[in-house]
Write a protein that binds this ligand. Structure first.
Ligand SMILES: *Cc1c(COP(=O)(O)O)cnc(C)c1O
Length: 388
């Protein structure tokens, strides 16, 4: 049997029969309707309301951080987190090339330049050793911090991404970043519900970011959040994402040029109800991943991507890795033709027109993996038929 057919057979054995199985679909089986209806019934649908406050409290509790600031989407969360970490126009920010476009775009919104570093196959995230080796080669210390000696630009921050919810090696990355005086901003937009040694992902960096887009593990329709343990940064995050308006009963006085990045109460209500379901979503997604792992084990030429020991991923999107990149497109065609929505890894950022000229390290692991990885259906409900 051909590899694409063997993989198709494996999906058929694991997943419930259906004419079409999306890659990831949201599920609303909790208090979603009650909370959204409550917003409409009370008129509190827009820029302020009790659900925004509650969502922020519940998110901070879920992520083990002192503070969470809800914003309009994950990209806005990254943009403001980068600003708060001190990223300025003309700086460079180290990040992976294997990520959703939002990571690189948020860096660009600051007028800064993404500087791409390689990932490791074990976590799909930034490789601490590769980062360190690269910085040793290109970084030089100056009076006002570290610079890229090749471009003369200041190195301002590091943004690791927990790809598909698989936690990066944060402790090692933090140690390397600290050696070069770089703040770490975690792109945790895919990792809500993942833990390392029982501790939730997202609160280790100076700032962390979440997304509640429709395809993420929980959704508020659209939404995001900034996580931090620093009360001053949390206060600044709230101020800068709510037009920097000084509190007053009737006056409109704004004390800086800031953003309208608020999360509407209507979206926060949906988010509150979804967050109540997070543990259930994570548990069912892990059940599904376990079934996939077992089912793919006997196959040669492909392996199901499993979490790194010591980490507990949310398996936001399940992934298989093919030995042979030549097989990727035939596998994608076979699975999609059969109604199992599947997709490749993002095109690496350094291969996109607007980021082609950006500084970069050796990216051989990123390039190799982008040719070999395929995401397969991952909705929590797919576990329900599987559980028995
Ligand atoms: C989803 C996502 C974002 C951005 O989230 P939006 O809410 O869609 O703006 C950023 N980074 C990564 C890695 C993501 O997957």
């Amino acid at each position: 049997m051909s590899l694409p057919d063997a993989i198709l057979g494996t999906l058929r054995a694991v997943l419930p029969a259906a004419p079409f199985t999306p890659l990831h679909e949201p599920e609303f089986r909790g208090h979603e309707w009650d909370y959204v209806k409550d917003c409409i019934d009370t008129g509190w649908v827009s820029s302020v309301g009790a659900y925004v406050d509650r969502f922020e409290r519940d998110l901070a509790a879920a992520c083990g951080t002192a503070h969470a600031v809800a914003v309009v989407n994950g990209t806005a969360a990254l943009h403001v987190a980068l600003e708060l970490a001190g990223v300025e126009a003309g700086d460079e920010v180290l990040c992976p090339s294997i990520t959703f476009i939002a990571t690189a775009n948020a860096i660009s919104y600051c007028g800064a330049v993404p500087h791409f570093v390689d990932i490791e196959e074990a976590s799909l995230g930034l490789d601490p050793q590769a980062l360190e080796r690269h910085l040793e080669q290109i970084a030089e210390q100056t009076a006002d911090g570290w610079r890229n000696r090749l471009t003369g630009r200041r190195l301002a921050a590091v943004v690791p991404v927990h790809v598909f919810g698989h936690p990066v090696r944060m402790a090692e990355l933090q140690a390397v970043a600290a050696r070069f005086g770089l703040p770490v901003i975690e792109d945790s937009t895919e990792a809500l519900g993942s833990t390392v040694n029982g501790k939730p992902v997202g609160g280790d960096g100076l700032l962390g970011t979440l997304s509640f887009n429709g395809n993420k593990i929980i959704t508020s329709g659209g939404g995001g959040a900034i996580l931090t343990n620093d009360p001053d940064l949390a206060r600044r995050a709230k101020h800068r994402t709510t037009t920097a308006k000084k509190p007053h009963r009737w006056d409109f006085v704004h004390d800086e040029t800031a953003y309208n990045y608020r999360l509407p109460n209507l979206n926060a209500a949906l988010g509150c109800a979804q967050l109540e379901r997070l543990d259930d979503f994570t548990a069912r997604k892990r059940t599904l991943a376990g079934r996939y792992a077992d089912a793919f084990r006997p196959l040669s030429g492909v392996r199901f991507f499993e979490e790194r020991p010591g980490t507990t991923g949310n398996y936001w999107l399940n992934a298989i890795l093919l030995d042979d990149a030549e097989q990727r497109d035939p596998v994608l065609a076979t699975l999609n033709d059969a109604g199992f929505q599947s997709r490749p890894l993002w095109t690496p950022m350094h291969q996109l027109d607007m980021y082609r000229a950006c500084p970069r390290a050796d990216l051989s692991v990123s390039e190799a993996l982008s040719g070999r990885l395929v995401n397969i259906p991952s909705s929590p409900k797919l576990a329900d038929a599987v559980a028995s």
